[in-house]
Design a protein around this ligand. Sequence first.
Ligand code: IMP
Length: 430
Amino acid sequence: MANVCVVGAQWGDEGKGKIVDWLSERADVIARFQGGHNAGHTLVIDGKVFKLSLLPSGIVRPGKLSVIGNGVVLDPWAFIKEIEVLRGQGVDISPESLMLAENTPLILPLHGELDRAREESTSVAKIGTTGRGIGPAYEDKVGRRSVRVADLADPATLELRIDRLLTHHDALRRGLGLEPVDRDALLKGLSEVAPKLLEYAAPVWRVLAARRAAGARILFEGAQGALLDVDFGTYPFVTSSNTTAGMAATGTGMGPDSVDFTLGIVKAYTTRVGEGPFPAELQDETGQRLGERGHEFGTVTGRKRRCGWFDAVLVRQTCQISGVSGIALTKLDVLDTFEELKICVGYRIDGREIDYLPTASEEQARVEPIYETFEGWPGTTAGARSWSDLPAQAIKYVRRIEELIDCPVTLLSTSPERDDTILVRDPFAD
Ligand code: IMP
């Protein structure tokens, strides 16, 4: 049985929701392996809209096991709220259908406060985070002072963990002009949510190993995109987790051989939320038009997304870094009505031409895109379900993308509707 890993291959918001939903219908187990409630996945099932930030997309489908892996950072209150909202929409959620890794680190209110205080401070460059405490929670994980799900089971351990954490945070907060953390209120809050979290806690690595041995199909659901990866993204303007496919193994407790097919989700143009370099950005009417046609507003923060032409240099790079087997190309229909389209095929810097994004952020900010120009297409690609439904110019555009990124199109999505998809190859059938 093939297991599939889905990752964003740009700066997130590539339209993963629809593709993940399409794949989760075919999977038995759906596992999140990184990020937290900074993600925003919208699913439309039988006309009903579900908005997920933290829970795996499989949660809305009966008979599936949804798993939150240890690579995620989990806000207990956001977790409980999301479950309640979904239950209110008629979704059945139980410890049989949802499991939470016992070694998952928690996001506490102090993490969100620190995240926002730093973003508001003028002494450091703004990252443009979602303000959800993701970065500070990951810092505490590698700093070995996190409170993890399993710690909630024993009040004495929980107190020890909190004291260790507050020694660090209160010092930091003093420097930022924040009040010390109210220890008793924090402990009380955690004691209240503990039973609700522990209900779902499980040794996820064992459960996944057993399911795999029994022949289950596992879908690893990535959040954000490769260019926000803490190692390979546009550092420091990145999120604080590894968003590339390698994390699927570490973030769930499965080995590197557990992924058989990596599907990179790629939008037919480029967007980015937050600060940081964006070589093919269009700060003109064309960029505005892409944003309007593509409804490019953040699902989590409502922020307007920056828009630009398709950047083949970046996607070739991220496909290599994530070991992408094939891509799902989304939102092609947004490009309908454009008389002319461009694809970035290389960069110019200091009089040289290069075919990769340099690592130094100062150079990333300076590279100038080299474009190839394409004729737009007449009519619409919206709703196309086979290649023969597409205008010749649209096929040429897609084929050129495949050539430039050195990776085949596995799926082509031509509208938010799940059936408006051209399937070239079923990733699970490998
Ligand atoms: P953080 O993940 O909240 O720390 O934010 C760090 C960067 O990642 C910011 O530029 C955010 O806009 C971006 N980011 C985080 N989550 C998402 C997402 O789901 N889609 C797109 N960008 C995201």
